[in-house]
Design a protein around this ligand. Structure first.
Ligand code: RTP
Ligand code: MG
Length: 155
């Protein structure tokens, strides 16, 4: 019998500040079969938030986005799964929660986004971004990052 092995992929996922639904979001991540290989709660400095979203620095919403991202703790995670980048984007749903409610009513943004800005979660948009942002947030495994097995994580 011939089997196929699909190597797992990593993506960076963020639960943005003040969602009020962290546990439900973590439950959904596990229910969808992602392994949470790293997790930490971090309050981003302004400088870090600006660097994190530097691709958007010329957008009209940039300063509001930076305010939002550093006003409280973000839950930073590395998610691992086959096709993780695309699968996590699908789990989040579209940027705009009105679109999310129509197109993907079970998505996290349909369920938990407050508006276009405060849309609950972030996910890398491609594998190159995923590698860059994971390195930026976690660097080499540091003492403040918790290494957990997705299935067993008590967090
Ligand atoms: P993300 O990067 O956070 O995963 O979101 P995304 O790819 O779906 O959307 P993106 O275009 O990269 O925008 C980044 C974040 O900026 C905020 N935003 N606000 N008010 C607005 O018009 C507006 N547009 C975007 C959202 O927080 C969005 O997730
Ligand atoms: Mg984006």
């Amino acid at each position: 019998e011939i089997g196929f092995f699909f190597p797992p992929e990593d993506t960076l996922a963020v639960i943005k500040p003040d969602t009020g639904h962290k546990e439900e979001i973590l439950d959904e991540i596990r229910a969808r079969g992602f392994t949470i290989s790293r997790l930490k709660d971090t309050v981003l400095s302004r400088e870090m938030a600006e660097e994190f979203y530097k691709e958007h620095r010329d957008k009209p919403f940039f300063s509001q986005l930076v305010d939002y991202m550093c006003r409280g703790p973000c839950t930073m995670m590395v998610l691992m799964k086959e096709n993780a980048v695309e699968e996590w984007r699908a789990a989040m749903g579209p940027t705009d929660p009105n679109e999310a409610k129509q197109m993907a009513p079970k998505s996290l943004r349909a369920r938990f986004a407050k508006d276009m800005l405060e849309n609950a979660v972030h996910g890398s948009s491609n594998t190159q971004h995923a590698h860059q942002k994971i390195q930026f947030i976690f660097g080499d495994i540091s003492s403040e990052s918790v290494i957990i097995d997705g299935a067993a994580s008590p967090i």
